[in-house]
Ligand binder design. Sequence first.
Ligand code: FE2
Length: 295
Amino acid sequence: MTLTQEQVDFFHENGYLILPRELDSGKVMELFGRTKELLSDFSLEDHPMTTFSTDETAHVGDDYFLGSSDKVRFFFEGDAFGVDGELLKPKEKAINKIGHSLHVHDSKFRDATVNGRNKAIAQALGISDARVLQSMIICKQPEIGGAVPSHQDSVFLYTDPPSAVGFWYALEDCTAENGALSFVPGSHKWAGISKRMVRTNGASGGTGFINIEGISTPREPASEEFVMPECPAGTLVIIHGSILHKSETNKSEKSRYAYTFHMIDGSCKYDNKNWLQIPPTDEGGANFTRLYDEA
Ligand code: FE2
């Protein structure tokens, strides 16, 4: 059930860990099929057509986004729309991601998240009180799947000290053609978390970034520093919150569905400047799913 010492050492050394065949083909088909259902069942009627972009200058933070922490909501690819705002693709092929509370509201994704294996992995990695705070299906659609530039997850899921860890499951084969993940091995050791995304309620949208005092901005890695591990469907990738990673656009004819969730360590401070707060309380992560209690 747990990780080998070699796997734990690899994670601490490199900032990521590949676990091949973590999901068998039946489980992959189940989660893939459920994703298809969600995409075909959601309604365009009264949908605000919110897009999702990781471009820091883009507007991420309308009410539909900010209110998604305890719901299952659908965010569009920017390139799914034409110049006049018309949808260029069928809705099933236009969604960038579904989030952020599948691990609470969808039984199949809850089972894939809150279970004994993931508890054992989190414990092996030394997380003292694992709290799952968000989950997403990333669609990386054929032809329009957007790139995600180099980033660190702890910027978006900030704790003091930083503690975010991502679990990322390939639901389809991920290749260079359809926008696989790539990492700068070991960058979690030299790249500090120098800024964080916060709620601003400003004119340009509901979120922005502030600098973390005393931490210098990490240098931009050269493209040859990134490695792209092989990720056939069923692979689990564990991602340290400070590692620099990215994915390219998907211009191919194949989608690249993945399921991902993040946890933080409940022993670290999660404050209410973070965009992600689970109602009804605003008390820094009090309502996150406690993996060690609930699994
Ligand atoms: Fe990420």
